[in-house]
Design a protein around this ligand. Structure first.
Ligand SMILES: Nc1ncnc2c1ncn2[C@@H]1O[C@H](COP(=O)(O)OP(=O)(O)OP(=O)(O)O)[C@@H](O)[C@H]1O
Length: 148
């Protein structure tokens, strides 16, 4: 089934939003397949955000991501990449709808609490980068209650 990479950024961890964010994905019906709290090196953050290296905010973005621990996760489910982005909300919290994570918990684009892969291909690359050891293989007993 489809998988996505979700990262709770340092502000989300510092602000005690880890449980709330995990709950939103769990309650939707997605399955948690990988989870770890970690700090990342500058070079690792630069690799994760390599596509944005030419942007003027790139160095500030990297400083932000390495400023404290992050929670790296893999979530699985039907359409989880697109639906995960909807749960997260628009990149700029000023434009994120209420009810989304950024709409409910963030004000500034540079402190927007959470990252989610923007395509199936990005998800594949990001999961390989963040979980080189692989992820846990398990199936939820709730599956028939969530899927037709
Ligand atoms: N103009 C900006 N100023 C400061 N930070 C920015 C700006 N634009 C984007 N960012 C930061 O860079 C991150 C990556 O930007 P991108 O355009 O890939 O948005 P996104 O895909 O919604 O976010 P993410 O990749 O974190 O899920 C944003 O989440 C935000 O933290």
């Amino acid at each position: 089934m489809e998988q996505t990479f979700i990262m709770i950024k340092p502000d989300g961890v510092q602000r005690g939003l880890v449980g709330e964010i995990i709950s939103r994905f769990e309650e939707k019906g997605f399955y948690l397949k990988g989870l770890k709290l970690m700090t990342v090196e500058r070079s690792f953050a630069e690799k994760h955000y390599a596509d944005l290296s030419s942007k003027p905010f790139f160095s500030g973005l990297v400083e932000y991501i390495i400023s404290g621990p992050v929670v790296a996760m893999v979530w699985e489910g039907k359409n989880v990449v697109v639906t995960g982005r909807k749960i997260i909300g628009a990149t700029n919290p000023a434009e994120s709808a209420p009810g989304t994570i950024r709409g409910d918990f963030a004000i500034e684009i540079g402190r927007n609490v959470i990252h989610g892969s923007d395509s199936i291909e990005s998800a594949r690359k990001e999961i390989a980068l963040w979980f080189p050891e692989g992820i846990v293989d398990w199936q939820s007993n709730l599956h028939p209650w969530i899927y037709e």
